[in-house]
Design a protein around this ligand. Sequence first.
Ligand SMILES: NC(=O)c1ccc[n+]([C@@H]2O[C@H](COP(=O)([O-])OP(=O)(O)OC[C@H]3O[C@@H](n4cnc5c(N)ncnc54)[C@H](O)[C@@H]3O)[C@@H](O)[C@H]2O)c1
Length: 285
Amino acid sequence: MADIATVGILGSGIMAAGLAEVAARAGHDVVVRSRTQSAASAMYATLEAGLTRQIAKGKLTDDERTAILARITPTDHLGRLADCDLVIESVVEDLEVKKALFAELEQIVKPAGILATNTSTLPVIELAMMTQRPDKVCGIHFFNPAPQMKLVEVVRPITASDDTITIALSFAERCGKDAIEVADRAGFVVNALLFPYLNNAVRMLEHGTATREAIDTAMQAGCNFPMGPFALLDLVGLDTSVAILDALYEEFRDPNYAAVPTLRRLVAAGRLGRKSGAGFFDYPT
Ligand SMILES: NC(=O)c1ccc[n+]([C@@H]2O[C@H](COP(=O)([O-])OP(=O)(O)OC[C@H]3O[C@@H](n4cnc5c(N)ncnc54)[C@H](O)[C@@H]3O)[C@@H](O)[C@H]2O)c1
């Protein structure tokens, strides 16, 4: 069974930067591909700043930071992923965009390479079927923020080989994560259980039961959750949250998964959460 030396990451959003850091910390060489050089440079700068903050907190040494950064190569060139043993796609949560990307990856990445997706909800089988190697396609679903969150869901589409799943699980474990195997169902374990709760918190706000601050306080103080539902929605990203709910609704037709209007209105207004500077709350820079 092949070992993973070089990891490719696709995307330049919150998750792609987090995945690059996690994989590099675990000792892998990492190539991160963004669509433009400026996005690649911005992603690298965010990563650098995050590592520098960890030095200030005493969680990382200067030498460790230098070593992690030296393992990461940002690029805007898809061809740089050719020799990767594992590629994890982490672009926008849109099935058509991801399908097109998997068809391209099939042409570029060496035949032995495993192609994985960090999708939160979308059917991994549809991505696998865009390739000539559906046995080497799986989901490797990290959580946000990837460097801190312990869980990884390894998603097994019906086409994946046992070897692929074993390699994905051991990669996640080498990254210091608690890895679980899950079937290819929308939302896997965590989001299928979490998103009805988040969606219903917004519904409760719409009904005027309490303010967003009060609902957040209730769930933190009453359930010992580390953050309330509105702070969590802002962290995940409201556009990503709507995409997750839409995929869950599409698969299960459960009304609890039907995104409530306020979520769509905030997205339409460009209030995407922390990443855009405002969502349910404001995040001045
Ligand atoms: N945000 C979370 O909490 C979270 C957690 C786990 C997994 N995920 C998953 O990770 C993936 C990325 O989410 P994110 O939160 O980093 O999103 P994000 O909005 O921060 O970043 C999305 C990225 O996709 C790129 N992109 C947009 N349109 C594209 C296109 N047409 N072609 C190629 N790239 C394109 C953007 O440039 C950006 O780099 C999604 O599949 C999401 O479901 C997100």
